[in-house]
Design a protein around this ligand. Structure first.
Ligand code: ZN
Ligand code: ZN
Length: 308
């Protein structure tokens, strides 16, 4: 089969590889790209195996054995570590990653599969993976008023969609006017800078954005750090603000199985409109160029259809 294989930083090649082996084989119909893919492509990632390695973690398609339409979640929690046992599988210490969506077929354990609600296109279902992380991020900010989001990429816009669907008034900051416009289309207020919010979601994933998010929280506020910084990044945090202003910093990482199902339901019910986030549908061969094309302008996710 054809697959996009990562050989090293910024070295992605589409080539013929042996068919994958595993519990269930899924024919890929849509695999969406995300900011994590760009980070993985550029810097590597702890979830990647040794190079050369399969790549792509937002994947939907057809089970070869049953013909059922499924979302392939990017991981399976162990269910036995202390974190899993205390109800926090997002931070499982023994997560098994399921990568390789940028390929004609992917092998997955049955525990990674989620049935796709009827009528939901494969490209939309693939986006349930990042949306599940947004569902988890929103849960990490529960019980706080006045939510604000730093960063109008797909993750920031998904968090904004979930919050506006709850009837909450949301402010989203991004320097790109097109992304502010996207935020306004989903009912959020688009601004260039945040100031003095009780709840701030950081959805950029850069050290300076972590600092800006902390600076945008009012005394006693909560900052939810959603965007992961690149491996080894040094982040100098304003510890004085954390102490004297009693700011609470909460990480938000990944998602649980239930949060993936909640994301699929939100998409199927139309609470989150995936269409504005979908960029062009492209063939596997176009993926290296798409990842290199940068994130400026409108927030979008490329939809890779390996059948093209
Ligand atoms: Zn992703
Ligand atoms: Zn675990």
């Amino acid at each position: 089969m054809r697959a996009a294989i990562l050989f090293g930083p910024e070295d992605l090649r589409v080539q013929r590889v042996p068919d994958p082996e595993g519990e269930v084989i899924v024919t890929v119909e849509a695999a969406t790209t995300c900011g994590t893919d760009v980070k993985m492509w550029r810097h590597g990632h702890r979830a990647l195996g040794p190079y050369p390695c399969p790549f792509g973690h937002e994947t939907a398609g057809l089970r070869i054995d049953t013909g059922e339409r499924v979302l392939v979640s990017d991981s399976v929690a162990c269910e036995s570590c202390p974190q899993c046992r205390s109800g926090r599988p997002q931070i499982c210490r023994d997560l098994s990653w399921v990568l390789g969506g940028f390929a004609e077929r992917i092998a997955a354990p049955a525990g990674a599969l989620h049935p796709i609600p009827d009528g939901l296109p494969a490209a939309a279902a693939a986006m349930a993976e990042p949306l599940a992380a947004a569902v988890h991020a929103v849960a990490r900010g529960t019980a706080c008023a006045d939510p604000a989001i730093l960063g109008g990429g797909p993750m920031g816009l998904m968090i904004a969609s979930l919050l506006t669907a709850q009837g909450r008034s949301v402010t989203l900051a991004d320097p790109h006017p097109e992304r502010r416009r996207q935020a306004e289309q989903i009912g959020a207020r688009g601004v260039t800078e945040l100031a003095a919010h009780e709840l701030v979601f950081e959805a950029v994933g850069r050290p300076e954005a972590w600092r800006a998010a902390i600076g945008a929280a009012r005394p006693g506020g909560v900052v939810v750090l959603v965007g992961g910084c690149p491996l080894g990044a040094e982040v100098q945090l304003p510890t004085g603000a954390v102490h004297y202003d009693e700011l609470e910093l909460r990480g938000a990482f990944h998602h649980s199985r239930a949060e993936v199902d909640a994301a699929l339901s939100a998409l199927a019910a139309g609470h989150v409109d995936w269409r504005p986030l979908a960029g062009d549908t492209i063939a596997l061969e176009e993926l290296p160029r798409a990842l290199a094309s940068g994130a400026g302008g409108r927030a979008r996710k490329w939809v890779v259809d390996p059948r093209l």
